[in-house]
Design a binder for this molecule. Structure first.
Ligand code: AMP
Length: 227
């Protein structure tokens, strides 16, 4: 099961990817997390990426494509993965198709998280991350039991610098300019499923899991020659 979660920043892709990845037992691959890890470890790619991330711009394709390629080739991806935040441009989408083709695979589904601009701003400005285990919170919607402290590991919560309002606006602009074209691309490929992301977290999860189930049943019937 090879899935892409597509949508603007703050659409809830990461939250859903974590839950669906556990449910379906496939890794959640977030290009943003991989890039931030590279920044933190001081890796050469991270040093180059940091400038773009902090400005809310897209990191050059060659940096992010290499990071994703390395990750997809790991053993735990042999049964599939959920890609969150990648691809973000048409050229990345085409590289991904090629990468998978070489491995004898292809994408099964692309979920497009449709969400209003107001929700995005509200979600991102209230988002807090645990500095130790990376768990996600929201000061209003998913607050920790104790202010500023992670429920899971006791780590300190922080706000990503690119979740500040100015940078959020730039990330939204970049999304409209560079990523929205992917909706048409995957629609033409016949694998795009639109999910209303302006609703409750549990409802979105259920819609995604139901769609996956339906699609796997359809694929089984196709493989059996029934359809
Ligand atoms: P995210 O955590 O997905 O919101 O990503 C945070 C930042 O990482 C983005 O604003 C970009 O600067 C960078 N980034 C993440 N994924 C990509 C990608 N596929 N292509 C280019 N830049 C990316």
């Amino acid at each position: 099961m090879r899935i892409v979660f597509l949508g603007p920043p703050g659409a809830g892709k990461g939250t859903q990817a974590e839950t669906v990845s556990k449910e379906k037992n496939v890794p959640h691959i977030s290009s943003g997390n991989l890039l931030r890890e590279a920044v933190e470890t001081g890796a050469e790619k991270g040093i180059k990426a940091q400038y773009f991330i902090e400005k809310g711009m897209l990191v050059p394709d060659e940096l992010v494509v290499d990071i994703i390629r390395e990750r997809i080739l790991k053993n735990d991806c042999s049964n599939g993965f959920i890609l969150d935040g990648f691809p973000r441009t048409l050229s990345q989408a085409k590289v991904l198709d090629e990468m998978l083709k070489k491995l004898g695979n292809k994408l099964d589904l692309v979920f497009y998280f449709a969400v209003s601009k107001e929700s995005v701003v509200l979600r991102l400005s209230g988002r807090r991350i645990c500095g130790v285990c990376g768990a996600n919170y929201h000061i209003k919607f998913v607050p920790p039991v104790k202010d500023g402290v992670c429920d899971k590991c006791g780590g300190e919560l922080y706000q990503r610098t690119d979740d500040k309002l100015d940078t959020v606006m730039e990330r939204m602009r970049v999304y409209h300019e560079q990523t929205e074209d992917l909706i048409e691309y995957y629609k033409k490929n016949g694998i795009l499923k639109e999910i209303n992301s302006d609703t409750k977290i549990e409802t979105i999860t259920k819609n995604i899991l139901d769609t996956i189930k339906c699609d796997s049943q359809k694929m089984s019937l196709i493989n059996l020659g029934v359809v």
